[in-house]
Design a protein around this ligand. Structure first.
Ligand SMILES: Nc1nc2c(ncn2[C@@H]2O[C@H](COP(=O)(O)OP(=O)(O)O)[C@@H](O)[C@H]2O)c(=O)[nH]1
Ligand SMILES: [Mg+2]
Length: 409
């Protein structure tokens, strides 16, 4: 005889555990309420006479009818015990909450199962109806493009007449959909502030832009401003780059000082403002930046996004900085990203113009005009896919594109 103890917060689940573990011939020897929920002791290869003799317990017929029904429904035999059925009358509120929670989670499990099955059917139907479209969605998913953007791109494609278009057409459509803008910053100058979370490469990019500009217009026309009031290290980093270039760094610790500083620098062709690198969750910082935006001088704000970031992080950065008027985005760390689909999807979804792409730490070589590098970025995305050997299986496609929205209606 093999005896085992089972515990769960829910009677039906604990009985299911017994049946799964010990099979239909399992017998229940006892049940009782314990701190973790309901405890059931069950056995297989059971000798009834021997056990009853040992326990001196009433036979199974003496027990509550509903209890017997529940056990019968679960497919287990109860032969003996100090069996006390769950006492609904005397249940405490806590007990009822536990069973309500259990019921809710069971309903949610069932709903999940139905959704998965409908999604699977839905995806199969789509794939049968339009196999080329399904393959294009799979290809775009392999480079990390988000489902909403995949759908947007496939909706723009005409009919696909030969297999090689399964890659070519969507990649061209993706490059076309990528919002980019030319920047006059390097040619004509202006006042530019780089904003974004800590560590994305703002200071490094300022050094790249300043160096490029200096190569064409000389260093006398450039000023660098540090609006990073809190981190000495950040100011030092900018000062180091400024020292190499031979230009001065001006400190502006609050909006008032910044405005005065910018006014005093009116004769400079290019003024680059390095802002505080704080967490993108820091609302105070973006409010301060928005206040900078109110000053009389015309400051162009560029949101700096690291291509290494996950999509949720990129979306959150854009949302948090949405109270600052943006002139465009600078995408850094293209060289380090495992997948470029995230940043490409984010730019398309928010219709945010990329102005520069950066693909390394070298100043100024690794700074590129986004306008001229759309196809290059898409090619880089393909390279990332090849080197990371991403596998997009049916399950991924079902969960991304087969979702049975009807259930939510
Ligand atoms: N690989 C790579 N590293 C970069 C790039 N841009 C910046 N970095 C590095 O990222 C780190 C943080 O850069 P930093 O300019 O200090 O970021 P900030 O906090 O936004 O000012 C530094 O080690 C930079 O050298 C890039 O395009 N590619
Ligand atoms: Mg910095």
């Amino acid at each position: 005889m093999k005896i085992k103890r089972f515990v769960d917060s829910n009677m039906r689940r604990v009985l299911r555990q017994v049946r799964d573990d010990q099979g239909p011939d399992a017998v229940i020897l006892s049940n009782r309420r314990v701190a973790e929920g309901i405890e059931v002791v069950a056995a297989i290869d059971y000798d009834q006479a021997l056990m009853q003799q040992a326990l001196q317990v009433p036979p199974v017929e003496d027990r509550d009818e509903s209890q017997r029904n529940e056990e019968a429904a679960a497919g287990v035999h109860v032969v003996a015990a100090d069996l006390k059925p769950v006492d609904v009358e005397n249940d405490t509120d806590d007990d009822r909450l536990v069973s309500l929670d259990a019921l809710r989670s069971e309903i949610s499990d069932m709903r999940g199962m139905i959704e998965t099955q409908l999604s699977s059917l839905n995806w199969e139907r789509q794939a049968q109806k339009n196999p080329a479209r399904a393959q294009v969605l799979r290809n775009l998913t392999r480079i990390g493009i988000a489902p909403d953007v995949c759908n947007l791109i496939t909706d723009r494609l005409g009919p696909i007449s030969e297999p090689r278009q399964l890659w070519r057409k969507p990649l061209h459509a993706l490059a076309e959909a990528l919002p980019v803008a030319g920047s006059r910053l390097l040619r004509e100058g202006g006042i530019a502030a780089l904003i974004g979370p800590t560590g994305v490469g703002k200071t490094t990019t300022i050094a790249k832009i300043a160096t490029r500009f200096a190569m064409q217009h000389g260093t006398g026309n450039i000023a660098l401003v540090s609006a990073d009031a809190h981190r000495i290290g950040a100011q030092e980093q900018l000062a180091t780059y400024a020292g190499i270039l031979g230009v001065k760094v001006h400190l502006a610790e609050d909006p008032g000082t910044l405005e005065r500083t910018l006014r005093s620098l009116r004769d400079k062709k290019l003024v680059l403002v390095d802002t505080e690198g704080c967490s993108q969750r820091d609302r105070q910082m973006t409010d301060r930046l928005a206040a900078y935006g109110n000053n009389a001088e015309r400051v162009h704000y560029y949101l700096t996004l690291a291509a290494t970031c996950q999509e949720a992080g990129l979306d959150e950065t854009i949302r948090v900085f949405s109270n600052v008027p943006l002139a465009g985005a600078i995408v850094t760390k293209v060289d380090e990203a495992a997948q470029l689909g995230c940043v490409i999807s984010t730019l398309i979804r928010h219709d945010l113009n990329a102005v520069f792409f950066c693909d390394g730490q070298r100043v100024p070589d690794d700074l590129h005009y986004a306008e001229k590098k759309r196809l290059w970025l898409i090619n880089q995305a393909i390279e990332c896919m090849r080197s990371s050997a991403v596998n997009v299986d049916d399950q991924t496609m079902i969960s991304r594109f087969g979702y049975a929205g009807a259930l939510n209606a």
